[in-house]
Design a protein around this ligand. Structure first.
Ligand code: UDP
Length: 459
């Protein structure tokens, strides 16, 4: 028999910002809530819905709204500012229609949304719904942006400036998100990250994809002015607890993963013998950097699995795949969690996107940090100096990580005695991450608190 509204604790809409790194944690949160008896409707833009390469999640309903660019999404808009403006106007209208539509069957109680779309709060207020923004970046990064938004941190920074922000370690200018360290570099993106805070104090809940022990000091410091709740790490629970294999059906990908080939290839490799290399869904390496990385991987003589998105393929050195065929596998997209969880994976060369960082941390894979832009330099600082989960590749005066440096970093992690501390730390963090989202863990308690409040709202 079909379930009715009375069979659920509450009905939440979940609206991610349409990019892979923002969708993944939202979808996992959707799943957690659904497992705990909340009806979830995932709301996607029409264009995103069309581009999905892989999605199945039976208990979660799917609905679409418009961002005004149904044929091409962000790429169709002339600028990020134009995209955001249309999304706000048309999104407000179409999201309101969606809430109206459900009034007679599954009335909506709450909207969980990406703070990049902070206009959603107006929709929740119009309909008297609970508002719950979910930050998909680290609490540390949120704290930095907040201090800039409040003008407590004045820009531009001096190149040699030491930055003191409550709750954070002493930071250098180069540890700051790129929109701040290279002031004026991406003005429209910078405006978007600050926009997250424009009405935040009016939100009923403020979630962050992190966990208490990972960012204890910054969470404690931030809660003095914003009641942030850590609910992460939002990665599929099967990777935390092998008994939860059902999670496999919760994939969502904008790219087509070359799954079977990757896993078969990894199955043939020895324990901790493979270097996994990926720069996520957006970062674009310069041709020279690609060359250095490629030559470094070749010189190092370790097995490697390298994700080179189709749009980046032309930057690979000529005949590189053929020349390294015995040692390397290059794919356009992989099932990253399965790769990180695989026993053959011994090291992760990463751009330090927040999801990749949390995934490596939760699955116990040491990292070589090669941050490219946005929040990645800050994540790299924490990976290296705070959590001691990896090292950061040194950049030369031309702004490149040279091939010899790539080799040094890989050897440091994979072989050297120096890597021992890192290899021990990854085991520790893996365990702490699991505890946080296990039943009764710090993140699980925060989720339960949210659910109890939804229950008392709807009863
Ligand atoms: N990812 C994946 N396959 C790949 C590369 C990345 O599934 O080949 C996933 C990865 O697991 C992560 C997301 O894409 O969840 C990338 O998010 P992240 O925040 O690390 O970086 P972004 O793409 O936002 O820069």
């Amino acid at each position: 028999m079909e379930k009715g509204k009375e069979d659920y604790i509450a009905h939440c809409l979940i609206l991610p910002y349409p990019s892979q790194g923002h969708i993944n944690p939202m979808l996992q949160f959707a799943k957690r809530l659904s497992q705990k008896g909340v009806k979830i409707t995932l709301v996607l833009t029409k264009f995103l819905h069309k581009t999905i390469q892989e999605f199945s999640s039976s208990p979660i309903s799917l609905e679409t709204i418009s961002d005004g660019f149904d044929e091409g999404g962000r790429a169709q808009a002339e600028s990020l500012a134009a995209y955001r403006k249309h999304f706000r106007l048309i999104g407000t209208e179409t999201l309101s229609e969606l809430v109206e539509k459900h009034k007679t069957d599954f009335a909506v109680d709450c909207i969980i949304y990406d703070p990049f779309l902070s206009w959603v709060l107006d929709v929740t207020q119009k309909f008297g719904l609970v508002s719950a923004p979910l930050f998909t970046q680290s609490c540390a990064v949120g704290n930095i942006y907040y201090h800039v938004y409040k003008e407590e941190l004045k820009l531009p920074l001096l190149e040699t400036q030491k930055i003191v922000i409550p709750g954070l370690p002493l930071l250098e200018s180069s540890d700051m998100p790129s929109f701040i360290s290279v002031h004026g570099s991406h003005p429209e993106s910078f405006e978007m990250v600050l926009y997250q805070f424009q009405n935040l104090e009016k939100a009923n809940w403020i979630f962050v994809n992190t966990f208490h022990k990972l960012e204890e000091e910054v969470i404690n410091s931030m809660t003095k002015f914003l009641p942030v709740k850590a609910i992460g790490p939002m990665i599929p629970s099967m990777y935390i607890d092998q008994r939860l294999m059902d999670d496999k059906e919760y994939g969502f990908s904008m790219f087509k993963p070359i799954s079977d080939v990757c896993i078969k290839w990894l199955n043939e490799r020895a324990r901790r013998s493979v270097v996994y290399v990926s720069f996520g869904s957006l970062a674009q390496l310069g041709a020279e950097q690609m060359e250095e990385l490629a030559q470094g991987l070749k010189m190092c003589n370790e097995y490697f699995l390298w994700v080179v998105r189709s749009s980046e393929e032309s930057k690979l050195p000529e005949n590189f795949s053929e020349e390294t065929a015995k040692k390397g596998l290059i794919v356009s997209w992989c099932p990253q969690l399965e790769v990180l969880a695989h026993k053959a994976t011994g090291c992760f060369i990463t751009h330090c996107g927040w999801n990749s960082t949390l995934e490596a941390l939760s699955l116990g894979v040491p990292m070589v940090a090669m941050p490219q832009w946005t929040d990645q330099s800050t994540n790299a600082k924490f990976i290296k100096d705070v959590w001691k989960m990896g090292i950061k590749a040194r950049i030369d005066e031309k702004g490149l990580v040279e091939q010899a440096e790539i080799v040094r970093c890989i050897k440091h992690i994979m072989e050297g005695e120096e890597g021992e501390e890192i290899r021990t730390n990854v085991i520790k963090w893996k365990e702490i991450a699991r505890e946080a989202i296990d039943e009764g863990g710090s993140s699980d308690k925060n989720i339960e608190e949210f659910i109890s409040s939804l229950m008392s709202n709807t009863s």
